[in-house]
Design a protein around this ligand. Structure first.
Ligand code: PNS
Length: 159
């Protein structure tokens, strides 16, 4: 039987426990879930792509079914290269929906055989975003329970 591969793309700047929650749900849908970090300096990330790869690999090191890669160019091209037939995105609230719908429909037009599936994060993470995590870290707030320890440590080193 052929293995089902899903792609979980994003900026992951940095990864949050909400991302990890989506990833664990995606693992139930596919044999492998490739975590795909977008290489996009236009977003002026806090962590370089190399730092994010290292951080995610450390966090996911016990799980060989979730390889971490980076990509540039079109997501659907990277999905094809990876042998993925599913793209996974998390939805937190209705406000995420419009942007996500546009991306999913554009991706489907570009690659009709690849489907996007939306997974709902646990409601305890519905307000959580990488942007707010960075803001709280910058202002020395407590991030316990919101991001993995490896992220807390690296945020502390940045600020
Ligand atoms: O975590 P993010 O920043 O919301 O992730 C956005 C991401 C990486 C999924 C999106 O920007 C993306 O897929 N970029 C690749 C470029 C692309 O394929 N664009 C056309 C599809 S709409």
């Amino acid at each position: 039987m052929t293995e089902r591969v899903a792609l979980y793309p994003g900026s992951f700047d940095p990864l949050t426990n909400g991302h990890l929650d989506i990833l664990s749900r995606a693992m139930r849908l596919a044999d492998h879930v490739v975590v795909a970090i977008l290489e996009n300096d236009a977003k002026t990330p806090l962590f370089s792509v190399a730092e994010r790869i290292e951080m995610l690999r450390e966090i996911l090191r016990d799980n060989p079914l979730t390889p971490v890669r980076s990509f540039s160019g079109l997501l659907v091209d990277f999905a094809r290269e990876s042998g993925a037939t599913l793209i996974v995105r998390g939805l937190r609230a209705v406000s995420d929906y419009e942007y996500e719908l546009q991306m999913a429909l554009m991706n489907r037009r570009l690659a009709p055989s690849i489907d996007t599936v939306f997974l709902m994060a646990n409601e305890e993470y519905s307000y959580l975003s990488s942007r707010l995590v960075k803001e709280v870290a910058r202002l020395k707030g407590d991030l316990t329970g919101l991001v993995p320890d490896a992220v807390v440590r690296r945020l502390a080193a940045k600020f």
